[in-house]
Design a protein around this ligand. Structure first.
Ligand code: G1P
Length: 276
């Protein structure tokens, strides 16, 4: 059973400056909910209730968001505004939230390694909150992945096909189809952000992972890769060489809310859904 979900949330969010100067990018709202709340809801939906959040300087708003604000509760009690807090209250009662700080920004792999102290020796999920996923009320992407994990009992990455020209924005996998009814591949190679001409496929990893805990030992030994950062893609390649990584083409939509275009697209999508 997977119980814990790690949220790397220490990044600066420079693409959203000046909005992210004093506000964590994970707190930017799509409609009225911050990105990270969508992520936590997805984790809960998949049956995970222990949230491990990797923060950094200037990220205190995340902790406050997943806590009770007595003054606010008191102010709106009995008013028409009270229901607006129902969803976040329910998360706070269902989940525990632990935090640790990533003191230096040395890449996603380093952020995940920082979380070892919160995760321990068990398989866990990773959600990158700026990849916002939605499957129209059906199984969420992480729920789908938990099912794949139950079958294969190894690390799982969620993938989608991207235009070849965009391979330099993602971790790219190559693999052998193991089940064409569920679109799952046994990964044979993975490369972080290759040039389109060097990319073995156009199958891109999105911000959802299930990792087995041996990843920590591998990350400790992983040398800086693309961009001089410790890359989770490089550590996963070590597991893949042992046949221990499955890539799963998820059902649903993903919005890259790390880019302004993706953020606007997500906002329009959720707004139209809300109106229906
Ligand atoms: C990270 C990973 C990359 C993955 C992407 C998904 O990159 O390093 O392999 O494809 O997340 O969003 P980032 O977007 O943080 O640069």
């Amino acid at each position: 059973m997977i119980k814990k979900c790690l949220f790397p949330a220490a990044g600066y969010g420079t693409r959203f400056l000046p909005a992210t100067k004093a506000t964590p990018k994970e707190m930017l709202p799509v409609l009225t909910k911050p990105l990270i709340q969508y992520g936590v809801e997805e984790a809960v939906d998949a049956g995970l209730t222990t949230m491990a959040i990797i923060t950094g300087r200037g990220k205190r708003a995340i902790e406050d968001h997943f806590d009770i604000s007595y003054e606010l509760e008191h102010q709106i009690k009995g008013t028409s505004k009270e229901p607006l807090l129902t969803e976040i209250r329910s998360l706070i009662t269902q989940c525990t939230f632990s935090y640790t700080r990533q003191v230096e920004m040395k890449g996603l792999g380093h952020a995940i390694l920082t979380g070892e102290t919160l995760i321990g020796n068990e398989p866990f999920a990773v959600i990158l909150a700026d990849d916002l996923c939605n499957n129209n009320g059906n199984d969420t992407v992480l729920s789908q992945m938990v099912k794949v994990f139950e079958k294969y009992q190894c690390s799982i990455v969620a993938i989608e096909e991207v235009p070849q020209k965009d391979t330099h924005k993602y971790g790219i996998i190559a693999g052998n189809l193991v089940d064409n009814t569920t679109d799952t591949y046994r990964v044979t190679d993975m490369i972080e952000k290759p040039d389109p001409k060097d990319a073995p496929t156009n199958m891109a990893i999105i911000g959802r992972y299930i990792l087995t805990p041996d990843i920590f030992e591998i990350l400790e030994k992983t040398k800086p890769g693309k961009g001089g950062e410790i890359q989770i893609t490089d550590a996963l390649l070590e597991q893949a060489k042992q046949g221990n990584v499955i890539a799963y083409k998820f059902k649903g939509k993903r919005f890259d809310c790390g880019s302004v275009e993706g953020f606007v697209e997500a906002t329009n999508y959720f707004y139209n859904k809300m109106k229906d």
